[in-house]
Design a protein around this ligand. Structure first.
Ligand SMILES: [Zn+2]
Length: 344
């Protein structure tokens, strides 16, 4: 078994994935046909080519281009259902996934209808494939802080078994975290889990603000914390987890290549790190690929990989019982398969 196949087979937990960037190409192609087609897309191969990452502005262009084909609640429900089916085939057993229901205002669809459709999809997928998914609504910096409380109000009715938290994505430098202090504190009062993208495009100040102003429980990306010794020490002492997405960071140009990426350095400092796939369809990656990078590019031992896999379980918002189940599944994988990669 080569390393990539090995990590495909390994049970995995994903903490940083955007459903809006994780659709299957096959399903998107069906939606394009449903809504009258697009002359540049005649096949899923064309779609794959279209989404091949060229630069950041093309990424944003293709992100909004595909959003126009999501027009009815059933489009969201079926897309999420197909995505979870695909992720369960990759042995992802549990994930906490972002969704951005306010990105579709142009198509006239109600954000609460999107939330409801996604919840239906994850219930169906859990019953059909056994994969567990929890939702984190991304209130998105670019939609402004002025109405952020209205966005929280719109989704609060769904807070429960499936929808468990809020996140803060979007333009990190243009809309600093402290603008969203009030909505995050209110979300905490209402019982939402809280995470924020920080230290991806922005520097360590952005991470400090996410911790101090927003009181987040995890940091999305957080890799630029490496630039601030005091912050690295703080993250080591508090063990606030970082949701690291290596392929994403390289595709979007935060780092130019694997050797520039600070993952090994942050790991050596004792931070609680996890690996994640961010927008797997749009970056052409998978969670197994992220683990393969640790093994192939950074020479991590299997014991370190097991530790990082375990960090994802511990850093998740799953219940204690669920965490125990996931750890048992992972342990039995290691016991049964440890030799296979070494023989190869
Ligand atoms: Zn992200």
């Amino acid at each position: 078994m080569n390393p990539r196949q090995y990590f495909e087979k390994m049970p995995k937990v994903e903490l940083h994935l955007h459903l809006d960037g994780a659709f299957t190409l096959e399903f998107l192609f069906e939606l394009i046909k449903k809504y009258g087609g697009d002359s540049k897309i005649q096949s899923t191969a064309d779609l794959k080519n279209w989404f091949l990452f060229k630069d950041f502005s093309h990424f944003i262009e293709s992100w909004f281009w595909k959003n126009q084909f999501f027009r009815e609640p059933i489009d969201f429900e079926e897309s999420v259902y197909q995505t979870l089916k695909e992720l369960s085939h990759q042995n992802i057993i549990y994930l906490e996934a972002f969704f951005s229901p306010w990105d579709y205002k142009k198509t006239g669809i109600n954000p609460s209808d999107i939330a409801y459709a996604n919840i239906n999809a994850i219930r169906r997928a859990e019953s059909d494939f056994g994969i567990k998914c929890r939702l984190i609504a991304d209130i998105t910096r670019d939609h402004g802080h002025e109405n952020a409380l209205d966005r929280l109000n719109e989704i609060t009715q769904f807070l429960g078994d499936e929808l468990i938290g809020i996140g803060l994505g979007g333009s990190e430098q243009k809309y600093p975290a402290n603008l969203f202090k009030e909505v995050f504190l209110e979300a905490k009062r209402r019982g939402f889990h809280r995470v924020a993208h920080a230290g991806e495009v922005g520097g360590s100040d952005s991470v400090w603000s996410a911790i101090r102003d927003l009181k987040v429980e995890r940091i999305g990306h957080g890799v630029r914390s490496v630039e601030d010794t005091k912050l690295v020490e703080y993250l080591q002492a508090t063990q606030i987890p970082l949701e690291v997405c290596i392929v994403s960071n390289i595709k979007t140009g935060v780092y130019s290549n694997y050797s520039d990426h600070p993952f090994p350095k942050l790991y050596s400092k004792g931070l609680s790190l996890t690996v994640n796939s961010d927008d797997p369809t749009m970056f052409g990656s998978t969670l197994a690929e992220e683990y393969s990078i640790l093994y192939n590019e950074y020479g991590f031992a299997l014991s370190d990989i097991s530790q990082i896999q375990n960090n994802s379980v511990e850093s998740s918002f799953a219940s204690a019982d669920e965490k125990n189940t996931f750890k048992k599944m992972m342990n039995s994988f290691w016991i049964n398969n440890k030799m296979l990669i070494e023989i190869d």
